[in-house]
Design a protein around this ligand. Structure first.
Ligand SMILES: [Cu+2]
Length: 164
């Protein structure tokens, strides 16, 4: 329970820190699909590593996107790094009923051209999201993205911190 409270608190701090950063203007592209059939910029999902994994579940009696805070480290871009390999995100709805997964570069300042990944998952469903590195690095000037459920305001959100 303390871990949950800590992560919620940390999320709030990160939101406060990120809200003063200017908005990104470049459009963010992404694709969604199954592990077997999906692909992004010509690379099949099944040949990529999963960089981030989110699950909608109950934490302390509340619906939440877990984990409450995640870190994506893109600093090693050299020969031994990811060399522009797209980001792959695995998203699972372990709750009853439909839940939304929305990943955006920012909340209040998000313009129509900033990254807005949005999908709805049925109960028990898993989907994969592929984001080209070029699109991700353009839209993450704020280095802080937010994962929310666009269907339920009370569904606890998650912060994604990007090091680049
Ligand atoms: Cu929800």
């Amino acid at each position: 329970m303390h871990k949950v409270l800590l992560s919620v608190l940390l999320s709030l701090i990160l939101v406060a820190a990120g809200s003063s950063v200017a908005l990104a203007l470049q459009s963010g592209g992404f694709t969604t699909g199954d592990l077997e059939t999906g692909s992004v910029v010509g690379q099949p999902f099944k040949h990529l590593d999963v960089d981030l994994e989110y699950t909608a579940l109950m934490i302390g009696g509340k619906k939440a996107w877990y984990p409450g805070t995640a870190i994506l480290d893109l600093r090693n871009q050299g020969t031994l790094g990811r060399r522009g390999q797209p980001i792959l995100i695995k998203v699972t709805n372990a709750l009853d009923g439909d839940h939304g997964f929305s990943l955006s570069a920012d909340s209040a300042f998000a313009g129509p051209t900033s990254m807005q990944v949005k999908l709805v998952l049925k109960a028990g469903e898993t989907k994969y999201i592929g984001i080209p590195m070029s699109d991700l690095t353009f839209v993450t000037a704020a280095r802080n993205m937010k994962v929310k459920c666009q269907l339920h305001a009370a569904h606890l959100a998650s912060s994604l911190v990007i090091f680049k």
